[in-house]
Design a protein around this ligand. Sequence first.
Ligand code: MN
Length: 474
Amino acid sequence: MIGIVVCSKSSGNGESRYYVALEHSMKIVEVRSTLGFEPGERIAAEGDGSFISTADIRPDPAGLEKLRKNAEELSGKAIYKESYRSGIGEIDAVTERMWKGLSECASLLVRKLACAAPIIVRFHNDADGSSGAYGLYKSLESLSARISALDYEYNITWIMHPSVSYGSYEAGSDLMIANSYSSIEKPLLLVIDFGTSLESNPGIAAVRDKFDVIWLDHHPIVEGFGGLGLEHYISPWLHGGDSNYTAGFLACAFAKTFSQTDTREMENASLIGDYSDFGNADEPGAELSMLLDLVTSDTRIALGQPGANLTPYEIDRIIGDAARREELTRYASLRLSEVTALALTLLKQHNGDGVRIYTLDFEGIRDEQSKYPLPGRFSSKLLGKIVELESRPSILIVYSGRYISMRASKDLKDRIDLVRLIDVIKGRHGAVIEAGGGHRVAAGIKLSDKADRSRIVREIVEGIKEQLSQGLRA
Ligand SMILES: [Mn+2]
């Protein structure tokens, strides 16, 4: 077999991993060798690819040219022209307006895959982000089945991302991964369901030269957000949609530009997980949403160790195992009812202009061994329960450790803007707030120091009362 080295990764033991595009089929194969090759070199491999002869190593500009042309052609061929229709009219209208942008992202992705460029996919560790990553993963599987040149184990690093911003730390870690490779195509970074806030600006600035970036998000766009300058920043907010068009759905719609794999269950799981108006509890997805919420909150349950990186590969294994899936779903549902029942007895109540504002100290309610449920997601569920019981507009603030999570019932969406409230508090306190943001009626703050928590919670309650009584000035 003769081929061109398209990407290499050195490892500690002197042996390197090489992705080689075979000369005749352009198919990528993976080989290991202790000999040092450069991307762009023509080499001869034998048998199963485990041995590379030294007889015929030379740079091959003509071959490289042909390879690039092939990658370009593939990226055209792989794309479906027709916009994806899920059957939800309002969502489909937004998808149609994003289709051109999504197709351009897909062309880029396929070109990277055809050259085995290193790809990092970071997805938010909640039901929304992880269902998007899972839908994308399944769709990529079908892409390798459809296009033979792309039938290899992709050079993708999946990273579950535990925060709402893309900071310098994450950027540094991604650069480290990318720098361990050397490839003919620029590495690709794909972000799903987080990061549309100012805290991401340093991270974006740090990686944008090294990576091509595809950024799929649905959080309200904050003025001054650096991601807007990226070539492939896609958000329903720019196309007549809003946060109800979830990022998980967006990732699945993106996957539809190159795959026809059925991702309806993941789409609905993401809509339900993020409390979108379009979630449908009667369609498949509700159970998946709860399961993903559990396994992304507590990787000890999913993988046997806390703080581990959960990838779509593991999610797929759990979902493929009917008994495990059922056991985990039952556990999640049971835990949730227990914690909810307890929480309802411990709520504190404040009145604000006819609206009930509740606060809850979440520490001590949750079993500290298990991270499930996480305060943010739990606060959404608990608010749902409160609204069900009270049938009146309510706001809930849940705090635990350095986190403060805020939720307002949807009927308050014209009277409350939590993103704006967080901005005010950030402006007032600066470094006391490590990160903060979210959606109009669902947002969160991470403090630098837990000691400031009760003061900030008090200010949040006051700020909410103010918005309620004075109205939101435009
Ligand atoms: Mn989301």
